[in-house]
Design a protein around this ligand. Sequence first.
Ligand code: SF4
Length: 346
Amino acid sequence: MTTPNISDPQQVEPTPTKRVLLAAPRGYCAGVDRAVVTVEKALELYGPPVYVRKEIVHNKHVVETLRRRGAVFVDETDEVPEGATVVFSAHGVAPIVHEEASALSLKTIDATCPLVTKVHREARRFASDDYDILLIGHEGHEEVVGTSGEAPEHITIVDSPDDVANVEVRDPSKVVWLSQTTLSVDETMETVRRLREKFPQLIDPPSDDICYATQNRQLAVKQMAADTDLMIVVGSRNSSNSVRLVEVALEHGARAGHLVDFADEIEESWLDGVETVGVTSGASVPEVLVRDVLDYLASRGYQDVQPVVAAEESLLFALPNELRRDLKARSGAEASKVRHDAGSLH
Ligand code: SF4
């Protein structure tokens, strides 16, 4: 038997155990799934081109795939030809966008996530009761632009905890906070804490504005962050919830964290000395992109993949009404054509 040479560090150092912690839930949420299927079905039903105002969801791969199938992405409604079909993205739009579309006689399909629509409703309700609404969210983000467009004269955007010092309201006894759906839960609570210090009568939203998908993905990352040397988040840079996942990972103990759209963006050097890699993806990311990352890691010795399950999700949203109506009309027309054809055989 060979006795290990303890003076030789090569022989006594344990072999690093390479493994992957894979977050669950990750990837597509109900709102993204609905929005992507909406564009797919619209392309099938009406034929290309189908115009989409803004990126349907913030993911490069999804947008490119739909573009290849005939979706035309535009920044503003006035880029859509008169009478054409336009889909509004999952992030929601301000009422003025509906008015612009109607002036151009556009056929609109609204793929706004129902959980964003809920925040719009809250904004309208508090504005009609003459509240000052402090909307916690990122200035310029499409969702925040859409929500604040519901009642611009009542809404003040609060971008971060540090922004609170500059917030002024008309009547401190009539103030409510609402938020963007994809924020960091912890940072938002800190902003609320500071707002409440300043405005003790601040009212909470009737229910959570940060959506279930954002919360669950952050929860999974929090559970695994301290055990990871490197967290890889699959998602695009303009995806708020994906960017937040990297921040949450670093705040909760991950030694390093990176956001990648595709596996080929991973740099070899990130893996130097890394035993445990955490992997997750934002709510607009298809699973195929996570599979590519897992394959990349497996080819470098990270074959042991251990799930970290923070929550189960089963929510599904129905497609937008206007699309369901047209799909139903088409299937009715097809059924009657089949009946007619069958009848003419006799
Ligand atoms: S992240 Fe949340 S709010 Fe945004 S589309 Fe998904 S479920 Fe809706």
